[in-house]
Design a protein around this ligand. Structure first.
Ligand code: NAD
Length: 225
């Protein structure tokens, strides 16, 4: 099934409703899990129950991924996963650079699952002479001054920012000048980037603050009897 572009309707991305797109990573996770367990097929009822979502919602979502379901047979897990991967753009390698090879940068570089899914960190950039010239998980750590020249020779699509907050905007500017198409930002800053550059923020501390709030709420509630 081919998706017609539907740019004039902002609730749709490539013919898939945004609400469905937002659930794609969730489908990806469950289908990958089933595929690993070598489950060949699954009914929409079973899959919905596993994922804790409404079966009719699930059937509706899956309609957008192509017609894989067969009455009384269910869905072929691998076909469905392949389609979800295709829609998510995971059927090709995506090159990234990471700026800020400190604690978080090192943790991300060490996380095997990104490269397993095709997200390849080509180089890490830092300004600290003590780390420049070294390697993190086999990835070279280069001088931030070389970023522009590097990207000219080796264009990448995603720039990951794991610098301290104060350095995040100048890092974003450098990445944009270098021609990256998307930024994955972990610094607790609202970055300004041109409209054509995609920005996804991963504000870990904000998530922790939310948890703190919920914890406080629960503490204030009387214990259930
Ligand atoms: N470590 C975590 O678990 C964590 C959690 C939540 C948020 N964050 C955020 O992630 C970011 C990084 O945190 P961290 O703990 O890894 O810090 P860190 O100090 O360990 O690492 C930051 C790295 O960025 C480099 N750097 C500084 N300025 C630079 C510049 N202008 N250009 C290139 N490199 C530069 C430093 O030399 C250092 O290696 C921060 O914005 C922090 O708020 C981190």
């Amino acid at each position: 099934m081919d998706f017609k572009s539907n740019h004039h309707h902002k609730n749709f991305i490539d013919g898939v409703p945004y609400a469905t797109v937002k659930r794609l990573p969730f489908y990806h996770r469950f289908l990958t899990d089933l595929s690993k367990k070598e489950v060949e097929r699954i009914s929409s009822r079973e899959l919905a129950a596993k994922m804790g979502i409404n079966p009719s919602q699930l059937r509706q979502d899956l309609c957008y991924f192509g017609s894989f379901g067969q009455q009384g047979y269910g869905y072929r897990v691998n076909d469905l996963l392949r389609e979800v991967n295709r829609i998510l753009g995971l059927n090709q390698e995506i090159k990234m650079v990471l700026v800020g090879g400190g604690h978080l940068g090192t943790a991300l570089a060490n996380y095997d699952n990104f490269s397993r899914r095709g997200f390849i960190i080509k180089a890490i950039f830092d300004k600290n002479p003590e780390v420049i010239g070294g390697y993190i998980k086999g990835i070279p750590v280069l001088d931030i001054k070389e970023l522009q020249e590097y990207l000219r020779v080796e264009p990448v699509e995603i720039g990951v920012i794991t610098t301290p907050a104060e350095a995040a905007q100048e890092t974003a500017d450098r990445l944009v000048q270098g021609g990256v198409k998307a930024i994955w930002n972990f610094a607790p800053v609202s970055l300004k980037v041109p409209e054509e550059v995609l920005l996804e923020n991963m504000h870990i501390s904000e998530s922790l603050l939310l948890l703190s709030f919920k914890l406080k709420q629960r503490r204030n509630q009387p214990d259930p009897v």
